[in-house]
Design a protein around this ligand. Structure first.
Ligand code: NZQ
Ligand code: ZN
Length: 390
């Protein structure tokens, strides 16, 4: 481990089929008014909303509801939530949904007590709230596995009017105070969304794994997570009601992006930067946007990152590289990745997501580019990766 770091993750997790039972105890730690954020109706259809509302009532809370938090939450909806929280003097924000609702809730929590333009300050300029600014506490009841938002301080918001999607990682104060992870709650996620979540998890690991060449404990943990995810994803795609597989996917998602496996590393995140811009233009699920640009991106990264891609082939895909050159071994690893993506039914091109050639300049412009991982990309490289992903 060559880097210097401190590690602290304040989120308390409750995992498993009985995890919602612990909500009542958690609620005792907060004041009487709870802002309940949720999405476009799945939690009402599958009954989770009723269960949560009953617990909130039992705890004597005043519940302020904010439904309609859309997938890839918008700036407009963020501003609406901030106003609702201000008007109702909210004590706790409870996110009931997937990564979008969790991200959104953190965004509201960060902004309620900020007087200026939160979008400009936090998302565009990347500042943290001042040390003396009040931050509302957030709790998450997760219904979809993928983003890791349940145990990180990431908050991705889309300015729909300008087709611009921006993520901001807040400091520890925005980590959820607690998160409830019941794999059973993810069983009603449409299979297409489940697959998008699976690739999101895989790509979070890639973004932290494909950088540096040192012998690093974080990379061994990543390899274990990838191997487990490959096994679980195959089972879950065959039988989406396989609890064991779904629970492993949910738990892997949390560890893939709760800051642990990036420790001591530089990280990459350019597939996410390109994928966010593709998402802002196509409105396709986040994980699909990542999948669709990945092959073109990693074929390019493989050249400067050769030793790590050889290691990926051997340690993640169990490829016997005897007699192969390093280039052949690394390429075999990427072929194995591609075969797995096809097997579980992920898109390999952005045209499948509705992207057209005339969008490429706009997607390029909306991609935040910085030196990362093994490459120092320029906007023209992004355009080329997008063209190769068509
Ligand atoms: O809105 P509802 O009706 O709830 O439907 C949702 C939504 O349509 C549905 N769903 C969720 N749980 C369900 C369910 N349907 C049936 N049964 C259930 N149990 O699934 C759809 C997708 O949900 P969403 O929350 O949008 O998906 P996801 O968890 O993938 O979150 C995506 C957002 O997270 C951001 C993405 O950019 C995107 O905006 N990310 C956040 C990150 C973070 N905080 O660190 C990192 C990620 O890289 C990502 O960028
Ligand atoms: Zn992601």
């Amino acid at each position: 481990m060559q880097g210097n770091f401190s590690y602290h993750n304040p989120t308390k997790l409750y995992f498993g089929e009985d995890s919602l039972n612990y909500l009542i105890d958690e609620l005792k730690n907060y004041g009487p008014v709870v802002l309940l954020n949720y999405g476009s109706g799945s939690v009402k259809r599958n009954g989770i909303y009723d269960q949560v509302l009953a617990i909130l009532k039992q705890a004597g809370k005043t519940v302020v509801e904010n439904p309609g938090v859309m997938s890839n939450p918008t700036l407009e909806k963020l501003r609406e939530g901030i106003q609702i929280a201000r008007d109702n003097k909210v004590d706790l924000i409870l996110a009931l949904g997937g990564g979008s609702v969790c991200d959104y809730s953190k965004g509201v929590a960060a902004s309620v007590f900020y007087d200026g333009d939160c979008w400009e300050r936090f998302w565009l300029q990347g500042h943290q709230p001042d040390a003396d600014q009040t931050i509302l506490p957030v709790g998450c009841i997760l219904t979809m596995a993928g983003t890791g938002s349940e145990m990180n301080a990431g908050t991705v918001i889309t300015d729909a009017a300008n087709s611009f999607k921006v993520g901001h990682v807040f400091d520890d104060r925005l980590m959820p105070k607690f998160s409830i992870l019941n794999p059973r709650f993810t069983m009603t996620v449409p299979v297409e969304q489940m697959k998008a979540g699976i690739y999101d998890i895989m790509n979070h690991i890639f973004e932290q794994y494909f950088s540096d060449f040192d012998d690093n404990t974080s990379d061994y943990i990543s390899e274990g997570l990838m191997r487990g995810l490959i096994v679980a994803s195959r089972k879950a795609v065959k039988d989406p009601q396989d609890y064991e597989a779904r629970s492993n996917i949910m738990w892997t998602a949390t560890w893939a992006l709760n800051t642990l496996i990036g420790l001591g590393k530089r990280e990459d995140w350019m597939v996410h930067m390109i994928g966010h811009s593709v998402g802002a233009w196509t409105h396709a699920p986040h994980g699909y946007c990542l999948a669709a640009v990945s092959m073109a991106y990693y074929k390019r990264a493989m050249i400067p990152g050769l030793p790590k891609f050889v290691r990926f082939a051997k340690n993640v895909w169990n490829i016997d590289t005897t007699g192969m050159t390093d280039e052949q071994a690394a390429a075999a690893g990427l072929e194995a990745l591609k075969a797995w993506m096809i097997e579980i039914g992920l898109p390999l091109t952005i045209s499948e997501l509705g992207a057209t050639a005339d969008m490429i300049p706009g997607i390029t412009k909306g991609t935040i580019v910085y030196p990362a991982g093994y490459m120092d990309l320029k906007p023209e490289d992004i355009t080329q990766i997008l063209n190769e992903s068509m």
